[in-house]
Write a protein that binds this ligand. Structure first.
Ligand code: SF4
Length: 240
């Protein structure tokens, strides 16, 4: 097992092609309760939780409740809590920031240009995330390289330059969509039922629509914007 004192570059290289279980095992040993899994309860996230809790029943899991999530996502959170007997740390936006934004720009400002959409993502997601990451030395995400053109360059373990240089761990970076779904079915992992209604990627309700078979899996997120703009700011150091 790779230790925390090993040179960071060597750790990143040696874990690049490791199995997700090995990557998570290393993360728990290296960072203890200073590592947490970020979950929006998409298909990748529930796989991560299933693997992580099997290794460490005390694994920390946090989520960002933007206040605009689909009710199916809240249902799934309760299912996950009950099945795995885990606590989910919920991060909310600052009330005064939401109040000012809505009073100045309206409830559905995100449809009025990328700047306003990013303002909403910033207040509802990025600021709460940064506050949570301030408690941590490392975070675990369900990002995969083939999810989007903005994610092709992610590594299994990387330094998160946009968040104080803490460690960002992507145990599923090399997984395909088929591998994710095979895992979910084989292990009877609860998943968001919106996936069965044509939503491969699920975010806030007003910013997510189902996609057609010929479309990219992230085509339903902020569908009114061009693909290179489609990140919410949570993963700023993604490389194109
Ligand atoms: Fe706001 Fe939409 Fe971003 Fe959610 S996804 S935070 S509703 S702009």
């Amino acid at each position: 097992m790779i230790g925390i004192n090993t040179d960071a570059g060597d750790v990143m290289d040696s874990l690049e092609n490791a199995h997700a279980e090995e990557v998570l095992q290393w993360a728990f040993e290296a960072f203890g309760n200073k590592v947490a899994i970020a979950s929006s309860f998409g298909a990748e996230d529930v796989v991560l939780i299933d693997i992580a809790v099997g290794i460490n029943p005390e694994a920390r899991i946090f989520t960002l409740d933007t206040g605009r999530l689909p009710h199916e996502t809240y249902e799934l959170m309760d299912q996950i809590k009950n099945k795995y007997n885990v606590n989910i740390e919920v991060c909310f936006p600052e009330e005064h920031r939401i109040k000012t934004m809505v009073e100045e720009h309206g409830f559905n400002l995100f449809y009025n240009g990328v700047q306003k959409r990013r303002l909403c993502c910033n207040i509802r997601k990025v600021e709460p995330l940064q506050k949570k990451l301030g408690e941590l030395d490392a975070w675990v995400c369900g990002l995969r390289r083939d999810q989007a053109i903005t994610r092709t360059g992610i590594r299994t373990v990387e330094i998160d330059a946009s968040n104080r240089g803490i460690i960002k761990i992507n145990p599923l970076a090399a997984w395909t969509e088929k591998e994710i779904w095979d895992y979910i079915k084989e292990n009877e992992v609860p998943y968001n039922r919106l996936h069965d209604q044509g939503y491969p990627s699920i975010g806030c309700s007003p910013c997510t629509r189902p996609v057609r078979a010929i479309e990219d899996i992230r085509a339903g997120r902020w569908w009114w914007e061009s693909p290179e703009l489609k990140e919410c700011g949570l993963h700023k150091n993604d490389r194109n």
